[in-house]
Design a protein around this ligand. Structure first.
Ligand SMILES: NC(=O)C1=CN([C@@H]2O[C@H](COP(=O)(O)OP(=O)(O)OC[C@H]3O[C@@H](n4cnc5c(N)ncnc54)[C@H](O)[C@@H]3O)[C@@H](O)[C@H]2O)C=CC1
Ligand SMILES: O=C(O)C(=O)Cc1ccc(O)cc1
Length: 292
């Protein structure tokens, strides 16, 4: 049970955690913190938070759990504002999509890895942003990855794990570098393909015509190109090395596919498509069995 939760950044991710903890009777009071009074008032009117303030330092005073859910480019600034303001027993975690950059920010601000900071990432979200898009079921049957370091207090890890389990998530731990490589492949690369495809097609012809003749596959594939440009700029800048490596590798795969099409090599095309279909069917069967 969390007595006082401070949510810094009450958008899709922070708002959904607050709603989910409330729905599960797992939190006493929720204090929201953000830059815009208008957004914070809306969050309060929606019942997501009980009270708000704009100063992260004040928001975390007396909180026993702090969840930082701001875009990656804003995390260092939040760390700087909460430094020296935390309650004795407070545990801090975050929801940032890249972990290496968050840990580098922590070291830069605090001068070391703080034992009470548990880096985390819920592998759950949508293409929408803001508190209006938040909902209490977002984390049900979804994975949350924690990337604790040798310096992280095991009790802090346990408290963060218990919080996520309470809202229905399956928690796993992995190293920071492994997290950033895996997510570059399974989340960051697909978002680049969606943004890149929609942008390229839009510039090829008139916007209206492209979308008028779009088939269902295009709609599915392009959904994530509606995601927040600022959030994805920050993810690309934070995970530049792993994402660039993945894009280079993907470029060679596309060249191989393009060569097979140019050669009219039906056998090679069947090999590539068959491999992909089998892999996706295994993945979909896994989703049907539970956590995705
Ligand atoms: N959108 C998604 O599907 C997922 C996002 N994430 C990560 O979660 C974090 C938050 O993303 P969302 O909730 O989607 O974004 P969002 O745009 O819905 O919410 C972010 C909130 O942070 C506030 N904010 C921005 N700068 C701030 C600052 N300096 N101080 C205080 N508040 C500030 C914004 O006003 C907004 O209310 C990001 O780091 C993102 O990488 C993680 C998993 C999924
Ligand atoms: O909308 C989708 O399909 C997503 O993939 C959402 C998402 C965005 C960023 C993350 O770090 C995790 C999940």
């Amino acid at each position: 049970m969390i007595e006082r939760l401070a949510v810094i950044g009450v958008g899709l991710i922070g708002g959904s955690l607050a709603r989910a903890l409330r729905a599960n009777d797992a939190v006493g009071e929720v204090i929201g913190c953000g830059r815009s009074i208008e957004h914070l008032e809306r969050a309060q009117a929606l019942g997501v938070i009980d009270a708000y303030c704009q100063d992260p330092g004040k928001a975390v005073a007396n909180a026993d759990m702090v969840f930082i859910a701001v875009p990656l480019g804003a995390i260092a600034g939040v760390f700087a504002r909460i430094q020296g303001q935390l309650a004795e027993q407070a545990v801090i975690t975050d929801g940032g999509s890249v972990k290496g950059s968050v840990i580098a920010d922590a070291v830069q601000v605090f001068g070391e890895i703080p034992s009470w900071f548990v880096p985390g990432h819920p592998i759950a979200g949508t293409e929408r942003s803001g508190v209006e898009a938040s909902f209490p079921e977002l984390y049900q049957n979804r994975r949350v990855i924690l990337t604790p370091l040798a310096e992280t207090d095991p009790q802090a890890i346990e408290r963060v794990r218990a919080m996520w389990e309470r809202v229905g998530s399956e928690v796993t731990e992995m190293s920071v570098a492994h997290h950033d490589e895996v997510l570059a492949a399974t989340s960051h690369l697909p978002h680049m393909l969606a943004f890149g495809l929609v942008d390229a097609l839009t510039r090829l012809g008139s916007n209206d015509e492209i979308f008028r003749y779009a088939a269902g596959g295009f709609r599915d594939f392009s959904r994530i190109a509606s995601s927040s440009p600022e959030m994805w700029r920050d993810i690309c800048l934070a995970n530049s090395e792993a994402l660039t490596a993945m894009l280079t590798r993907f470029g060679s795969e596309m060249t191989e596919l393009s060569d097979a099409i140019r050669r009219k090599d039906g056998e090679a095309l069947l090999r590539i498509f068959g491999r992909a279909r089998a892999a996706r069917e295994r993945y979909v069967d896994g989703i049907d069995e539970g956590v995705s």
